[in-house]
Each structure stands twice: as C-alpha cells, then as structure tokens.
Design a protein around this ligand. Sequence first.
Ligand SMILES: Cc1cc2nc3c(=O)[nH]c(=O)nc-3n(C[C@H](O)[C@H](O)[C@H](O)COP(=O)(O)OP(=O)(O)OC[C@H]3O[C@@H](n4cnc5c(N)ncnc54)[C@H](O)[C@@H]3O)c2cc1C
Length: 394
Amino acid sequence: MAKSQTIRTAPMDLFAIDSLLDDEERAIRDTVRRYCDEKIRPRIAGWFEEARIPARELAEELGSLGLLGMHLQGYGCAGTSATAYGLACLELEAADSGIRSLVSVQGSLAMYAIHRFGSEGQKEEWLPRMGAGHAIGCFGLTEPDFGSDPGGMRTRAVQDGDDWVLTGTKMWITNGSVSDVAIVWARTGDGMRGFVVPTDTPGFSATEIKHKMSLRASVSSELVLQDVRLPGTALLPEAKGLSAPLACLSEARFGIVFGALGAARDCLETAIAYAQTRQVFDKPLAAYQLTQAKLADMTIELGKGMLLAIHLGRIKDAGKIRNEQVSLGKLNNAREAIAIARECRTILGANGITLEYPIIRHANNLESVLTYEGTSEVHQLVIGQAVTGESAFR
Ligand SMILES: Cc1cc2nc3c(=O)[nH]c(=O)nc-3n(C[C@H](O)[C@H](O)[C@H](O)COP(=O)(O)OP(=O)(O)OC[C@H]3O[C@@H](n4cnc5c(N)ncnc54)[C@H](O)[C@@H]3O)c2cc1C
C-alpha cells in the first residue's frame, strides 16, 4: 500500500490569515515581499557582517515603492490603511529588522512628527522629499542617561529673540548620521517641545555607534547639539509636552507589532525547511515528536501574534486604538518573536549560529526590538497600570 502523503501548510496559512486581508492589503504585502526577495535578501547577511547599510540607495528604492510615510495622508504620501502599513513592516522585517527600522523611523517617527505636529511650511518643505526617499530623517528623544524615562532629559532649548538655541546629547538615534533632518526633543521654559533640525546646521554633529551585535544593518548614532541656533520656524507648533513624542512612539510601536512577526516567520520557515532535510539518527529531524512539538508551539504563537496584530490594525484603522493596546501588541509580539528565533536556532544546531542562515541575525536584531520603542518592562508597566489603575513607574 502506498504511504499516505500529507500536504505541508505554511504556518500563517494554517490560521487562514489571507482571508482576513483585502485585495489591496494582499497586493501591498506581495509587492514588499517581492522587493525584499530581489533586493534585500541576497545582500543582507553581508551588510550585517560588515555592519553597514546603503541607506541612501535603500531610501530611494523604498520611497519609489511608496513605503515611506505610507499611512500618512497628503504631501505625496500613499495614505494606505494602518493595517497595510503593518503588513509592509512585517515583510521588511522578515528580511531584516534593520530595514524595517529605517522605514519605521523615517515614516512613523520623523515624518509623523512633522505631519501631526508641524506647521504647513514644515510639512511642505520636508514631507514630499522624505516620502520620496530623497531626504532621510531621524528622531532624537533618548539621551545617554534617559531612555525609559525621557521626561528626565537634559537637552535644552532656550529662546534668544526669535531664535531657539539647542544644547544637549541624544543617544542611540536610528538613521542619525545619514539624516538630512533630525526631530529633536528638548526641555524649554514651556515644557518639552520638538524641533525640526536640518543636520547641516552649525553645532549639530552625529557620530555612528560602533561594535553593535544587534541591528548591524542599521545606523545608530549619537547626536551632539552644541549651541545649535535655529529660527523660530523650527519649532513644531503643535507638539506640547511629553505626550507629543510618546504619540510618535506609539505610531512606530504599531509597526513593530507586525514587524517582529516577520522576523519570527522567517526563522520558523527556515527551521521547518531545515528540519525536513537534516537527517539525524537515520530520519529527518522534522519527523521527531520533540521537533514537531517545538514547531507546533511556535506556529501557534506566530499565528496568535498575527491575529492580534490584524485586530489592532482594524482598531487603529477605525481611529479607536489606545496606547495600552499598542503596548499589548508590542510586548507580546516582540517577546514571542525572540522566543521563536531562539527556539528555531536550536533546530539548526551549530548551523544556527552562522550567517549562512538568517536565524541568529534575526535573534540578535530582536534584542534591540525588545528594547527600543519602550522596553518589555515599560510595556508591562503600561498594561499593569491599565488593568489596576495604579502607576508603578516610580
Ligand atoms: C538599536 C537601537 C535603536 C534605537 N533608536 C532610537 C531612536 O531612533 N530614537 C530614540 O530616541 N531612541 C532610540 N533608541 C533608544 C531606546 O528607545 C532606548 O534604548 C530604550 O527606551 C531603553 O532605554 P535605555 O537603553 O536607556 O534603558 P534604561 O531606561 O536604562 O533601562 C534599563 C533597564 O531598566 C528597565 N526599567 C526602566 N524603567 C523601569 C521601571 N520603572 N521599572 C522596572 N524596570 C525598569 C528597562 O526595562 C531595562 O530593562 C534605540 C535603541 C536601540 C538599541
């Protein structure tokens, strides 16, 4: 009797994820996946190893695909749904978290800050160029001594006639040393305010942070502002207080809710394919119950994370999302993604630690994803506060 043959189902297909998406969302997802397959995947391990990224070239390509600030309306931006933006983030991060970071910081932090809080002049000057990828932006909130608690920042902006003079240091700023414009948050006599700082302004400098073992295909920089004199028009008029940068972070976190799952999916698909061909003790690794238990558990977490992401996407598209809900998604999906990456690494044995396979690269990248845009602990505190009514931040 012929042995029965089972047809393999991809993890996401087991959850019938496609049935939850509309035609436009599927088309955007497929376009980004094709772009990554053709342009990013063949080169990414090399960039990671050499700790470099052709940011300008990529920004132009990503801009021509309409992926920069894609969920913003007007000023040359594509104006897609938030869910479509999330799906794009997922495909970009399936290639590498560094590529998704470039897009998140450009669209959800720098462009969003200008779009939501900027003057008409600022929007017209920067958004079309940034959306096209002709100009790169960064977002300077974190300082050497203030990450989770940005309200303690020391960077100051002092008014001098019509001008503002900025002094301070920002740390860990993605895209920092390849940027044309920095959104810089500073303490003023009127609380925290945001400034649009062209990076060629005298007194502004950016130095790349070296020796990272995570997000190596991404530029992280220290920004130094030494008496940077800006005209009054550099102030983001509508950004008043800490809630303004936090609103930007919530936008970027939403992209991570989807993005982290891309890295996890790539790890899981790699591990499944590897387990099917790797022979141990005379049969494929995939045919052992222990391996199948790992793969089944990871498939479930990946699918649950995706259902959560799409659910949050729909709430966001209805204009009803709360910051605590974004925290739920960011915490769960980043945490599960790194757990999946580490488990997949075990399936590849020694091969799991080389750049021949994407898993260790994703696992290392996800260490940053777990930390930036609010650490896991910070999101636990946000959720804890939501369900208890008690703030435990201090
Ligand atoms: C690759 C990379 C890119 C980044 N890009 C940017 C960027 O573009 N722009 C930007 O502004 N920043 C950026 N960051 C900075 C990032 O947002 C911060 O690293 C993050 O907010 C954490 O701050 P910290 O590193 O200072 O850690 P800390 O705030 O010093 O935290 C250290 C530990 O203490 C925990 N902790 C903090 N507060 C509490 C508490 N109340 N209770 C219990 N535990 C607590 C944290 O969860 C963490 O485990 C980036 C970081 C990385 C790694």
